[in-house]
Design a binder for this molecule. Sequence first.
Ligand SMILES: Cc1ncc(COP(=O)(O)O)c(C=O)c1O
Length: 511
Amino acid sequence: MTNETFSDRLKLAMQAKQFKQVDLIRAAQRRGVKLGKSHVSQYVSGKTVPRSDILHFLADVLQVDPDWLLAKDSTVNYTADTVSDSTESCSDPSAASLSQTKTGGSPMREFKKSSKLDNVLYDVRGPVVEEANRMEACGTQVLKLNIGNPAPFGFRTPDEVIYDMSHQLTDCEGYSPSQGLFSARKAIMQYAQLKKLPNVSIDDIYTGNGVSELINLCMSALLDDGDEILIPSPDYPLWTACATLAGGKAVHYICDEQSEWYPDIDDMRKKITDRTKAIVIINPNNPTGALYPKEVLQQIVELAREHQLIIFSDEIYDRLVMDGLEHVSIASLAPDLFCVTFSGLSKSHMIAGFRIGWMILSGNKAIAKDYIEGLKMLSNMRLCSNVPAQSVVQTALGGHQSVNDYIVPGGRIYEQREYVYKAFCDIPGITAVKPKAAFYMFPKIDTKKFNITNDEKFALDLLRDKKLLIVHGGGFNWGQPDHFRVVYLPRIEVLKDAVGKLTDFLSYYHQ
Ligand SMILES: Cc1ncc(COP(=O)(O)O)c(C=O)c1O
């Protein structure tokens, strides 16, 4: 037992992180937490202690345990009225108190993350999700419409894939060639032929631990400090995060909700400078569910041609296209340009956990000789991708595609899309563009009606009030606080429950 107070602990933790009072206020603003100057100074001076939610916020920002911060191990007692709204923390109080002080009470050296991560954002698993995890750890059930992970929603891996993997497991104990097994790359090459990708040999195919690893690899190999790359807004935020981490500058072009969320070509053009090296497109799109027609792709190719840019096309949802539409790979329209096309089995074969994706280099590879050397170097450095997962690529890409049953009338993804689109559009204050592919929708909120100025706060308030988890638009590098993403993988009964909760929430919510 010590006789330290909350104020002592707060000061210790602030000192350890080199935080001033203003840093706490700024962090609160960023997260949409109401925390004024006077509150913070009262906490620091020991005049008062915060409510439970503010306590958790402070503990989170200062990376200490809430119980430790509250000095629960101290002999100093707080009376009930000083600790208003206090709820028990579900985390282990001993861990933080041990890690934060050494005998004698002085703070221990703390290890900070690299400043390279300062501007990196990945809110799909960010602070709102952390709050949801905290709530779940305390026994609260949270309805999650936040992550595109098919398996937990009952989308099972095709039996043949599991059967084939189990039969090959003992042959997969060693490393494979760095770019991947011959059989896997051959199957991907044949797939590339069907999609009419020009000038692709087996050497142009790289398997990865999901598309995620390859996005990181491509950005690291390409971008020098200050190099620019055009990335959509909204985006799948890994693209922006990896470009930033590599030292590049992610320049966002707008996708236009008024035009079915297609890329705004004029905006793209305006944002090209002499430092621009590449254009990223995500087609079919996460988070909007858009599918780009050939005419739009052609305009992007022309722009890339005019300004000599590489095209990176993330096509992980290319087999999840509805309404009888056809997915066109942009690389098939650009034999004279250097293109990199990404896809994998996480979504179409419901094996996101197995970690298998690939990238295909196509078109004019001569202009990218040096870059390709960089890609090979990074590919060698990670040795190889998951070999058991590579062993099922051939099976997965050949024969009957069970995903096709989900995306036609009567199929789960199709029917869930129909339901979610109509039900959301029926909620007063919500509008949406009907998604054509993947399993996401990016609805718009009437911010005036609800006086919403902070979309992360909207997501947090919805979570706390209704135990419903969505991702706010800002998490996808969308500049206005007026959108959020819904994953419509859950069954219709569950989606109905979510719609009911959101409708009720919006009947009283005002920011
Ligand atoms: C557009 C997009 N690209 C890439 C990924 C990552 O996929 P993988 O599981 O292959 O790493 C995702 C996952 O949600 C995605 O939505």
